[in-house]
Design a protein around this ligand. Structure first.
Ligand code: PMV
Length: 314
């Protein structure tokens, strides 16, 4: 038996952090950077073995549906099997991922999604995208504090989304494809810590920070309109403004600011950090003429990797 499943990574284009407080955000999948799960037969009676080089190089067995686990992949598997009241199968699932960890690209949600897709095929159950989305979200909640749900949503449905917490997903209308460079600082940073620091900040002055969140929400709605009108120049300006607000929320870092400045200086239409911040990735909006020079500028400013992705409509 060889079953291979996959799930994409993602970036947040606009609206990270404020999305936790009920404001909208826009995120897009990156289908070129993926997580994979591969299944092979297990020995009879050994249970489900999950092997991964993707996180800590661990190798674990799922032998009981009742015992608590500190491992998100074990927990996710148990959630799925319990949901369908299916006994633990004898199988080996090997996880691998091209997605940098703790960098704002949703690697955890992507690996969990690929794993659950593979496990659903092993046990032959009908796993709808809606249920998969719920199970990945449950796992994210158990291990990552108070996630808004944007990561699992864009990764499971693998399409650009306009997302508002606890609301039905809205499609993002894209009239003209646009290209983003993703500059990786090489610094892994905990989204959980950044989200909790923003919460502490918010608690110091709810009026002020609530207004910032609402202002970012307006930018997201403006950005949505620019994307549907194909106005990349306006989108770039909106990204820049969003970055300034994120600086005010203390989630940027010297390295992120340096990459953002380098991208703008080399002609990007806009640039901002993306995701939890403090490290991880920034994104730059480019066109055909500026793509190469902005890539070179990002590398010269210390980006350890520059990925490129083109965002298209359906
Ligand atoms: O660091 P990432 O890409 O997983 O993004 C987190 C996005 C936040 O808005 C900061 C948190 C959330 O749960 O939405």
């Amino acid at each position: 038996m060889t079953i291979i499943s996959s799930a994409p990574s993602k970036i947040i284009l606009l609206g990270e952090h404020s999305v936790v407080y009920g404001q909208p955000a826009i995120a897009v999948p990156i289908s070129a950077l993926k997580a994979f799960a591969e299944v092979s037969n297990g020995s009879a009676g050994t249970g489900l073995r999950i092997v991964t080089q993707a996180v800590d190089g661990f190798d674990v067995f799922v032998t009981s549906l009742d015992a608590h686990s500190d491992n998100p992949f074990v927990t996710a598997s148990k959630l799925l099997l319990s949901q369908f009241s299916i006994p633990i199968p004898d199988a080996v699932i090997t996880l691998r991922s091209d997605i940098p960890i703790a960098s704002g690209l949703g690697s955890g949600a992507a690996i969990t999604t690929a794993l659950l897709r593979a496990l659903a095929m092993v046990v032959d159950c009908q796993l709808s995208s809606d249920l998969l989305n719920d199970l990945v979200y449950e796992t994210e909640k158990l291990f990552h504090g108070t996630p808004s749900g944007i990561d699992n949503t864009v990764i499971v449905y693998e399409r650009p989304v306009y997302f508002v917490r606890n609301q039905p997903i809205e499609k993002l209308a894209i009239s003209n494809a646009f290209t983003l460079l993703i500059g990786y600082t090489g610094i892994s940073a905990s989204t959980k810590v950044a989200v909790s620091d923003v919460r502490k900040l918010y608690d110091t002055d709810q009026d002020h920070f609530g207004t910032i969140f609402a202002d970012i929400g307006k930018l997201v709605n403006d950005g949505r309109r620019s994307i549907s009108n194909g106005d990349v120049h306006e989108l770039g300006l909106i990204m820049n403004e969003n970055h300034s607000y994120l600086q005010e929320l203390t989630v940027s870092s010297p390295q992120l600011d340096k990459l953002v400045a380098a991208a703008r200086g080399a002609g990007a239409l806009g640039a901002k950090l993306s995701g939890g911040g403090r490290g991880g990735n920034m994104i730059a909006l480019v066109n055909q003429e500026t793509m190469d020079v902005v890539t070179a500028a990002l590398l010269a400013a210390g980006a350890v990797h520059v990925y490129q992705t083109t965002v298209t409509g359906d």
